[in-house]
Design a protein around this ligand. Structure first.
Ligand code: HEC
Length: 104
């Protein structure tokens, strides 16, 4: 392989990698879409809507641990683990992290 085609290959490959990095969804996004969206996108059952800063600021200020705990164990009309007992603690936390990152 000559120098030019090698450079082109390297550039093409790094562009590809960069593209993947930008588009890579946060780990919690898939979990959120499958388990939390149904309430947290529309406000169903009084759920704080994702992206609505006013609905989230007080909750976020209370501290992430409190949000994790309520998401895992349930709180008011928020069902434990969004109603999916198959989710691990860490999966629930990832979904919470995703929702918080979109709601600040
Ligand atoms: C059946 C509807 C429903 C589903 C599904 C649901 N939630 Fe909720 N969630 C609620 C409601 C309602 C509240 C508000 C509870 C309150 O403030 O009393 C809430 C509140 C929360 C809060 C804020 C708790 C706090 O301490 O203020 C977090 C965090 C949360 N949900 C995370 C999640 C995650 C993560 C999922 C998916 C794994 C999920 N929810 C799925 C209805 C739902």
């Amino acid at each position: 392989m000559d120098y030019i085609s090698l450079s082109i290959t390297v550039i093409a490959f790094s562009t590809l990698l960069m593209g993947c990095k930008e588009k890579a969804p946060q780990p919690g996004e898939k979990i959120w879409l499958a388990n939390c969206k149904v309430c947290h996108e529309t406000g169903l059952a009084g759920a704080p809507v994702i992206g609505n800063q006013a609905a989230w600021v007080k909750r976020i200020n209370r501290g992430t641990d409190s949000l994790y705990e309520h998401a895992i164990s349930g709180w008011g009309d928020m069902p434990a683990r969004g109603g999916n007992t198959e989710l691990s603690d860490s999966e629930v936390k990832q979904a919470v992290d995703y929702m918080i990152s979109k709601s600040k």
